[in-house]
Design a binder for this molecule. Structure first.
Ligand SMILES: Cc1cc2nc3c(=O)[nH]c(=O)nc-3n(C[C@H](O)[C@H](O)[C@H](O)COP(=O)(O)OP(=O)(O)OC[C@H]3O[C@@H](n4cnc5c(N)ncnc54)[C@H](O)[C@@H]3O)c2cc1C
Ligand code: FES
Length: 257
């Protein structure tokens, strides 16, 4: 799959180091899948799809590539290829999912929440960050649950410094919900340490759990091996992996939502 030049039609500033870019392109894709974004003669990096129609990416400036993307303006082009990987898949019978996002890990969860709400689910979104200034997409989650969606959305916010919401980490908000039996499935995206902890707490309660894992990616088509994680090639088998006990022998989500 070759990179296609896509024009930026809108840019929204989300926080001091994160912007959302909307492109004049659409893709067939599911929440949790990703694209490779290329700046010719510079580099190519993976980003989760915030939306596929139109293609929307949330990009946090953490290094050379993302800082350069932040300099692009409406009308400029970024070359995209994808969508790649396996996204989140539906847990049959799960009507009270918790969606847990740490940092820019919230990127694929907005679309997932929208789908689950349309199916009538009682969705709890937990958004965590170090400080209030680092929080992302709270306002978008607030807007996603409109009066026409049959489901209901509850938003919980955690910050490590206590500047907004519950002081602490996403796990501090998730664990009591699980202990009180208020959620029946967990979907998460964020840093590895957070995902390992979320997976452990979900598995202790025998809840199905799917996590979107980050890895260094180069080819995105299963050839180079750059994205190997726990015996999986994440660009093909992931980035969303189901915890082993969620699907018996199966460890990746084979079917989109
Ligand atoms: C499937 C997938 C989806 C992603 N979705 C998003 C998204 O929606 N929005 C977003 O802003 N970013 C996302 N990323 C992360 C993004 O691709 C990286 O942050 C990218 O490397 C940034 O490039 P850079 O040159 O700006 O910074 P780099 O110099 O590449 O990285 C900056 C810092 O982040 C660390 N880092 C970079 N990539 C990784 C990694 N994979 N694992 C651990 N540490 C890493 C580096 O060690 C370095 O310290 C995603 C990554 C994957 C694999
Ligand atoms: S990025 Fe090359 S095998 Fe996954």
């Amino acid at each position: 799959m070759l990179p296609t030049p896509c024009r930026i039609v809108a840019i929204e500033v989300d926080n001091y180091r994160t912007k959302t870019f909307i492109f004049d392109a659409r893709l067939e894709a599911a929440p949790g899948q990703f694209v490779m974004a290329w700046l010719p003669r510079f580099d190519e990096k993976p980003f989760s799809l915030v939306n596929a129609d139109p293609v929307t990416l949330m990009i946090t400036a953490v290094g050379p590539f993302t800082r350069l993307v932040h300099e692009l303006q409406v009308g400029d082009r970024l070359w995209l290829r994808g969508a790649f990987g396996h996204g989140f898949c539906a847990f049959p019978e799960q009507r009270r999912p918790a969606l847990v996002g740490g940092g820019y890990g919230v990127a694929p969860l907005l679309w997932l929440a929208r789908q689950q709400l349309a199916e009538g689910a009682q969705v709890t979104v937990i958004v965590g960050a170090r400080t209030q200034a680092d929080l992302l997409y709270i306002d978008r989650f607030e807007r996603v649950s409109d009066s026409t969606s049959p489901g209901a959305l509850t938003i919980r916010v955690t910050t490590e410094d206590g500047s907004r919401g519950q002081p602490g980490r996403v796990l501090d908000a998730l664990t009591p919900l699980i202990e009180r039996g208020e959620v029946d499935g967990v979907y998460a995206c964020g840093p590895h340490g957070m995902l390992q902890a979320v997976e452990a707490v979900a598995q202790r309660a025998s809840l199905p759990c799917q996590c979107s894992w980050e890895a260094y990616m180069r080819c995105a088509i299963g050839i180079c091996g750059a994205c190997e994680h726990a015996g999986k090639v994440l660009c093909l088998d992931g980035p969303v992996l189901a915890a082993q006990r969620s699907f018996g022998a199966s460890s990746h989500c084979a079917s989109p939502l």
